[in-house]
Design a protein around this ligand. Structure first.
Ligand SMILES: Nc1ncnc2c1ncn2[C@@H]1O[C@H](COP(=O)(O)OP(=O)(O)OP(=O)(O)O)[C@@H](O)[C@H]1O
Ligand SMILES: [Mg+2]
Length: 503
């Protein structure tokens, strides 16, 4: 890729000294490895592209998430007997590197040694659901890459069966759709492999409540003509992941619309606002325009959270645990500072066993760097709660709000945090005897908040409740990811209205 297409931020990723840089892509840097002419060193950077423009911004942890997730899937495919280009990742890459580059944890997080292949010049795309460019083509012609689809399909609808929708692998500009039947005839083994991987991934992800709407794979062959899965597979940069629940809800809308994918969608939305989707990535002026966009840092932070979150949903591991345990990289677990807020003093007694165990260090020792306890009622102490939020909540990374009865604390706290532009997640824990009105009210006041801004156990679809719920919530803070910020539906407040206009 020519350097003028890469943004300053992307170009600021330093080249590894002493290695020959063969290619700088939108996201990946590819190097030759001394004495291993049959292999390549691929570094997934934190680079970010939308609508085929490389943006002038980096997303922390993105390269590491892509590398770890790619490793997760490639090793699974290998176990199924599918050949992949993976040779080494994590600490194991060291053995292919000159001595001076060994033991570099930052490099190990983003690096993969792969088998150098002759790449097939097609992007093998498969869709199980209709959205994005597939939907656009369907709306214009009733077909996608030559597949005639049933009538009346809406954005996000599931297709009767997955379809292969190959595209060109454009060196510049957008990838163009190809005729599926033609490509299938030219590449039957490749297309069969594409459909096999998709069918398997779809089933695998479904058990964790994630839909893979579509995905792209790149394939290559070795000297003997064996077929390999190359590049990246089943990552948020090559696939559209949806929450099954959000998708199911979206089908009930009058005009169904695909749910937001777990990827760089927030940045894409910002980019659309800037008109970047209307620009032409093969024109230098347009590239300069895209590069001039200063991507708001809160969008980049939310994107980091989204990549980390989908990694956890699909692998059940936090990034750092995967790096340390699966790939032998010397990284410390990421601890969070935690605040536990009780709505009233009487709630403390209800979870005393859990708290005692937490303090004794018997239970989940080292759960958090630092745990602070507060008693604040949003009804009796609204000003104190507001000041707590305005002051940054004592430097906490997550808040667990514990209480019973119609339990406004977590929702109000979350609203105050939003008003102050803070992205600290609030996890609600409902107390009260099982079956009591107290407990039911507390649970409903969390689960029935529009848009569920207060964190629940979204995988098992329940509110954290009771003593066990507090333990699960603590476990969540320590060992899991919390949901990324979702765009809020902001409705303007209206004063002095004429109600008759609304009738
Ligand atoms: N095993 C492999 N052997 C050879 N090339 C590979 C292999 N795996 C991936 N590639 C190629 O390496 C490149 C990875 O770069 P990346 O994905 O960052 O860039 P891209 O944006 O897709 O590429 P470009 O910027 O050139 O369009 C792709 O061109 C991909 O096809
Ligand atoms: Mg690529």
């Amino acid at each position: 890729m020519n350097n003028e297409k890469l943004s300053l931020a992307r170009l600021s990723v330093p080249a590894i000294p002493g290695l020959k840089l063969l290619h700088r892509g939108k996201v990946r840097d590819t190097y030759a490895i001394p004495d291993h002419p049959d292999k390549l060193l691929v570094i997934a950077t934190d680079g970010l592209s939308i609508f085929d423009f490389v943006l002038n911004a980096l997303v922390e942890d993105k390269g590491a998430v892509l590398t770890m997730m790619n490793h997760f899937w490639l090793t699974k495919l290998e176990k199924m007997g599918i050949k992949t280009h993976l040779i080494a990742a994590g600490a194991e890459v060291d053995q292919y590197l000159p001595e001076v580059l060994r033991g570099n944890t930052e490099l190990q997080k983003q690096a993969m040694v792969v088998k150098k292949l002759m790449m097939i010049p097609v992007e093998f795309v498969v869709r199980g659901y209709l959205t994005g460019s597939g939907l656009k083509s369907y709306q214009e012609t009733g077909t996608v890459c030559g597949h005639v689809l049933s009538r009346g399909l809406c954005d996000g609808d599931e297709l009767l069966h997955p379809i292969d929708t190959p595209t060109t692998k454009a060196e510049e500009g957008h990838d163009e759709p190809l005729d599926a039947a033609e490509i299938r005839q030219m590449y039957p083994e490749e297309t069969a492999l594409l459909l096999e991987i998709y069918a398997w991934a779809r089933k695998f992800m479904r058990q964790y409540g994630i839909i893979i709407a579509d995905t792209k794979i790149e394939l290559g062959r070795d000297e003997e003509g064996n077929l390999y899965v190359a590049d990246e597979v089943l990552t948020p940069d090559s696939s559209r992941f949806w929450s099954y629940d959000q998708w199911a809800q979206s089908r009930l809308l009058e005009k169904p619309k695909a749910p937001p994918p777990y990827d760089k969608q927030l940045v894409r939305n910002g980019g659309i606002h800037e008109g970047i989707n209307k620009l032409d990535p093969s024109r230098l002026e347009d590239i300069a325009k895209a590069h001039s966009w200063w991507v708001p840092p809160e969008l980049l932070e939310a994107t980091t959270a989204t990549y980390r979150y989908i990694f956890w949903r699909l692998t059940r591991a936090r990034l750092e645990s995967y790096q340390a345990l699966e790939l032998g990289i010397n990284v410390a677990p990421r601890r969070r500072n935690l605040s536990i807020i009780f709505g009233s003093r009487s709630d403390i007694a209800k979870v005393k066993e859990t708290l005692k165990a937490l303090e004794d260090g018997e239970f989940l020792s080292g759960i958090a760097e630092n745990v602070q306890y507060h008693v604040v009622s949003c009804h009796r102490n609204p000003f104190d709660l507001m000041r707590f939020v305005a002051g940054g909540c004592g430097g906490t990374d997550a808040i667990i709000a514990v209480g019973s009865k119609a339990f406004a604390l977590p929702g109000v706290l979350d609203a105050f945090l939003y008003a102050h532009g803070r992205t600290i997640p609030v996890i609600g824990v409902a107390l009260g005897k099982i079956g009591s009105a107290d407990r039911a009210a507390a649970e409903l006041s969390i689960s029935e908040l529009p848009g569920t801004p207060v964190v629940m156990d979204e995988v098992n679809k329940k509110v954290y409740a009771g003593e066990q719920g507090l333990r699960d919530a603590l476990h969540r803070v320590a060992f899991a990811e919390l949901p990324p910020l979702r765009p809020r539906k902001v409705a303007e407040a209206e004063f002095n209205i004429n109600p008759h206009e609304y009738l």
